[in-house]
Design a protein around this ligand. Structure first.
Ligand code: HEC
Length: 240
């Protein structure tokens, strides 16, 4: 008896799910223009405007609307009067260019040549931001100090560039910026996930990394040198 009951229950369940669980009934929707009966509508139909589609919500019947005056992309604030370009919202440093795709700040190039220097003045906050972004976006391959020994290399990724090598120390900021945006050889570009100001912050941080691994006694203020030479100082540079 129980067996028949369970069998019946299973059949009924399959029947209910196969009818009620479908959001579209071929036998209905192909024969009628009316929308199908939807027991579980799955949010298929929502009161929203689709791109390029008409809408009765607006008096002129058009769904596509012009941006309101002063609209700025998500994540950006109004252009500042001084620069005429969009600054990133809440960013720790001033400028950054959103308008247009030309110019050194966007391309790393002055005319046809790679340029050097940041397009805005770097502060400690720039480096901190660059440090954070570098850790998120680059360290997995290039390693925390940029020596090309990130965790991905332990899992078999080969050929990761050592950012401490002389060639990359000598490389212009603009070309490094371009590598972040467009990649290089086997490295993919990260232009779609890192915005302009952060790319430059990363470049600044890479410079700091290169400096950190290549210090000499001359970098130490003269007053502190003697202490270092005597080996008295507690602040031995960290080795990674
Ligand atoms: C998935 C791994 C990976 C990530 C993430 C990655 N890179 Fe690379 N990168 C590489 C590899 C591999 C190369 C060597 C490419 C080649 O020359 O074949 C390279 C090369 C470079 C070079 C040297 C380019 C040259 O001209 O030789 C620079 C500079 C660089 N990366 C910067 C960055 C920065 C900055 C980030 C973070 C925004 C980053 N990379 C993220 C894998 C990565």
């Amino acid at each position: 008896m129980v067996r028949y009951f369970l069998l019946l229950l299973a059949l009924v369940t399959i029947l209910v799910v196969s009818i009620a669980g479908l959001r579209d009934y071929p036998f209905l929707s192909h024969k009628t223009k009316r929308p199908p009966i939807e027991i579980f509508p799955d949010m298929v139909r929502q009161p929203k405007v689709k791109a390029q589609a008409p809408s009765d919500f607006y008096a002129d019947g058009r769904g596509a609307r012009a941006n309101l005056t002063g609209t700025v992309p998500v994540g950006y604030s109004q252009p500042t009067a001084s620069t005429g370009v969009y600054a990133t919202m809440g960013s720790p440093y001033d400028v950054v260019v959103f308008a247009g795709r030309e110019g050194y700040a966007n391309t790393g190039k002055n005319g046809t040549n790679w340029g050097n220097g940041l397009p805005f003045s770097a502060t400690l906050a720039t480096l901190e931001r660059g440090h954070e972004r570098y850790q998120i976006q680059c360290a997995v391959c290039h390693g925390a100090t940029g020596s090309g020994n990130g965790i991905a290399t332990k899992y078999g990724l080969v050929g990761v560039a050592n950012l401490q090598q002389q060639r990359l120390r000598d490389m212009t900021d603009g070309e490094i910026y371009n590598t972040i945006v467009n990649g290089k050889n086997t490295m993919l570009g990260y232009g779609s996930t890192i915005q302009v100001s952060d790319r430059w912050a990363i470049v600044a941080y890479i410079r700091a990394l290169q400096r950190s691994q290549n210090g000499s006694l001359n970098d130490v203020p003269p007053a502190d040198r003697a202490a270092l030479q005597d080996g008295v100082s507690a602040s031995t540079p960290a080795k990674h």
